[in-house]
Design a protein around this ligand. Structure first.
Ligand code: BGC
Length: 744
């Protein structure tokens, strides 16, 4: 048994005792362990620890292709792990792999990194897990984050996190690149669907729930929150293009989700590929070192995004070559570079230390953090992997189904067109109606998700799921996403029916390949929609899309509109159950649905943005507001009360409101609490979400819902960039009711 092993067993024993003193002793023992590991490493091995490489580098190829089942090139592995001591390997090779293939890969890598086989420090394997363990074949594919945010349900998000951790660990993966904590306020941004939407509070709350679920579940994985910071709000909307956000706004909107996740014990952060006001984030010492490390107190691992050290030279042009780029990144605070395909970073950093441009103490600080994460994740011990059996998969799919049901959002339902009746002939059309690709979006078995692999899975599409309920269902595609199809066929089919369900959307895409120049729903789909509307049959529009696409031309004419996001493999079943009323809608928009391409205003806009051309407050005209979502039930709010009229800065505001279900149908309601600061030294937003609760009500049931809101949460980032609560008048609004109060 090695010395490290004994120290680790000691740590485990002490942690088990669980007392505070025990924790301090365990911490000291871990620090001693880190010291001894660090002292055993050469400079080269330390820099190796800071290097993360793509698994594809180590896969044997045949004529340039990846032959499956994959075989690792052991000579290359030995060079990387034993000669250079690299710290981490990441990514999948081509597409999702079976758990057995993952075991072969992770176990082989582990074998070569074990001291008894010539290695030194265990490799930490990292993988993208964007909506479930998406690169593990047959794993549960949940709705993407945007659809999860629409549930406004912390416990469902927690269930997703635990299931994802379990299924990642089942493949031997201890570190995942998730969650996305970018606050998405620009719907053109291609990764909009990967975010929790436009609101900092919703993102912060669900983000830290997810971090805790990943890291504290029975089979924990280390989370990597991304992309620090502001990456989700590029001015042009295009991926990896400049972000122009002032420091105050960045601190107000984009920083809080990271801050909260750090408080929840987050182990790692990925730096965004964006520049901020001319300085690439990866070279941004102020935001990484001063704000993230010192102010927020983050002591976990800071990772670059894909090839971003090199991009400081070739894309951002702030360095003349990769060596200068490495110097900038390490000086700014980088711990580990996702290089990922060569040894440039490794050689560059060794040279920089040898030339005295980077001190060895600086290297040690990063390696300490990497070693700590490896110790925390128990990588030095035998890493056990749970087995995903049928009953586990069933439970995880049930959670995915609930998330889809509770996220899918009913935006409009006129004249009770929904729920559909099984006895009526239904016509189904549109390019997303019979496709698992469109239910799942990107990061589904492959990076872009646009392949046939997913179509072999046995989950029902919307069409297949609807067929179970309706006696007469005819389906014609009518149009592809970007190409008009057999319109006349679709019109004939529609005329035979009494209601049309029209499934439209967009093709899955993420990162650069998904850059868009226009937010409008494609012309081909608008033509199909108009042809369907002209039949005079009521149209139920279902949108399977990554963001709000502009549908103003047809929205008013459709009888019902449903935003389905990317609801995952259970999305077809969830949609069918909702359409036929076997389940009730309870999703609410986590973003403002705009009505025009150039009118992208978030719900927490400034008062000046509400001024319309008539100089009156008619300037904010979204298609649907943030937080909007209908149900088959109707809810009534009454008796809103606050425990006081005046509060001091350290007080807690105790709010209660009665919510009743005045319908015959059981339903869930999201009770949303907004607070407006009436006058402040920095222009206040018209309102901000400060709390919410999702409650369930039987027909006729009425319940009192309580909230405790610390006055401290009314703070805003003042002119000097510090958070303050200013005395004055505030208005609190819940479900159409309002109450004013003072802060002294
Ligand atoms: C993306 C990250 C992702 C990483 C690893 C990058 O291109 O921006 O979000 O985690 O690749 O696949």
């Amino acid at each position: 048994m090695t010395v490290n092993r004994i120290i680790l067993m000691f740590i485990a024993f002490i942690s088990f005792i669980g007392c505070e003193r025990g924790e301090q002793v365990a911490q000291r023992a871990q620090e001693a362990s880190i010291d001894s590991l660090l002292n055993s490493l050469s400079l080269e091995q330390k820099v190796g620890q800071m290097t993360q490489m793509n698994v594809e580098v180590f896969i044997q190829r045949k004529g340039g292709n990846l032959p499956y089942p994959l075989r690792l090139d052991t000579a290359k592995l030995i060079e990387a792990i034993q000669k250079r001591g690299i710290g981490s390997i990441m990514n999948t090779a081509g597409h999702a792999l079976d758990p057995e293939d993952w075991h072969y890969i992770t176990q082989t890598i582990r074998f070569f990194s074990q001291p008894e086989n010539g290695g030194t420090i265990p490799i930490i394997y990292a993988l993208d897990a964007v909506h479930g363990a998406n690169y593990v074949a047959n794993s549960t594919l949940f709705p993407h984050q945007l659809g999860m945010a629409a549930t406004w349900n912390d416990s469902l998000v927690n269930a997703m996190g635990e299931a994802t951790a379990f299924e990642s660990r089942s493949a031997g993966i201890p570190w995942i690149f998730s969650p996305i904590l970018d606050v998405a306020r620009q719907p053109l941004w291609v990764q909009f669907f990967e975010s929790f939407g436009e609101d900092p509070y919703l993102t912060q709350r669900l983000g830290s729930t997810l971090v805790q679920a990943y890291q504290e579940s029975e089979w924990p994985v280390a989370a990597c929150a991304k992309h620090f910071v502001g990456y989700g709000f590029p001015f042009s909307g295009k991926d990896r293009t400049p972000v122009h956000i002032g420091e105050r706004a960045l601190r107000e909107v984009h920083l809080p989700p990271f801050d909260e996740a750090v408080k929840s014990g987050l182990r790692s952060i990925m730096v965004g590929s964006n520049e901020l006001d001319g300085i690439p984030m990866l070279a941004n010492r102020y935001w990484i070192e001063e704000v993230l490390r010192k102010e927020i107190g983050f002591d976990g691992v800071i990772l670059s995004d894909w090839a971003d050290v090199a991009h400081l030279a070739d894309w951002h042009r702030v360095a003349k070559d990769t060596t200068e780029a490495a110097l900038l990144a390490v000086r700014a605070g980088l711990d580990m570079a996702m290089v990922p395909d060569d040894y440039s970073f490794y050689y560059d950093v060794i040279r920089l230390v040898n030339e005295g441009k980077i001190s060895e103490e600086r290297i040690d600080a990063s390696v300490r953090r990497i070693l700590k994460m490896k110790l925390d994740m128990d990588l030095f011990a035998e890493m056990e992997a749970p087995t995903v059996d049928e009953s586990t998969l069933k439970a995880h799919s049930a959670a995915a189904y609930e998330l889809a049901v509770e996220g899918i959002t009913l935006l409009k339902n006129e004249d009770g067109v929904l729920p559909l009746r099984a006895s009526e002939p239904v016509f189904l059309a549109g390019p997303t109606a019979h496709s698992l690709v469109h239910l799942n979006g990107s990061w589904s078995r492959t990076w872009q998700g646009m392949d046939t692999l997913i179509t072999h899975e046995t989950h029902p599409t919307v069409y297949e799921a609807m067929r179970v309920f309706v006696h007469e269902l005819t389906y014609k595609e009518g149009s592809a996403i970007d190409r008009v199809g057999e319109l006349q066929d679709a019109v004939n089919g529609a005329l035979e029916s009494s209601v049309i369900v029209l499934c439209l959307g967009e093709a899955p895409a993420t990162e650069k390949p998904g850059d868009r120049r226009d937010l409008t729903l494609s012309r081909a789909q608008l033509e199909l929609a108009n042809a369907m509307l002209e039949t005079g049959r009521p149209v139920v529009l279902v949108l399977l899309q990554d963001r709000p696409q502009i549908i103003a031309e047809i929205a008013d004419k459709c009888a019902a509109v449903i935003m389905a996001y990317r609801p995952g493999n259970e999305g077809g079943r969830a949609l069918a159950d909702l359409l036929f009323g076997h389940r009730n809608f309870s999703g609410h928009l986590p973003f403002t649905y705009p009505s025009a391409v150039n009118d992208l205003v978030t719900y927490d806009h400034k008062f000046a943005e509400t001024i319309g051309p008539d100089w009156g407050p008619s300037g904010f005209r979204p298609q649907w507001e943030f937080g909007h979502g209908l149900s088959y039930s109707s809810f009534e709010y009454s008796a809103l009360s606050l425990d006081q009229k005046t509060y001091a800065k350290n007080d807690t505001i105790r709010v209660s409101v009665e919510v009743g279900n005045s319908s015959e149908i059981k339903g869930k309601e999201v009770v949303q609490v907004y607070i407006s600061d009436e006058i402040a030294s920095v222009t206040p937003p018209v309102k901000r979400l400060r709390d919410f609760a999702k409650i369930s009500l039987k027909p006729g049931e009425k319940n009192l819902v309580d909230f405790e809101i610390p006055v401290a949460s009314l703070a805003f980032v003042a002119e000097d960039h510090k958070r303050i609560v200013e005395p004055g008048r505030f208005t609190l609004r819940v479900g159409g009711l309002e109450q004013s109060f003072e802060v002294k």
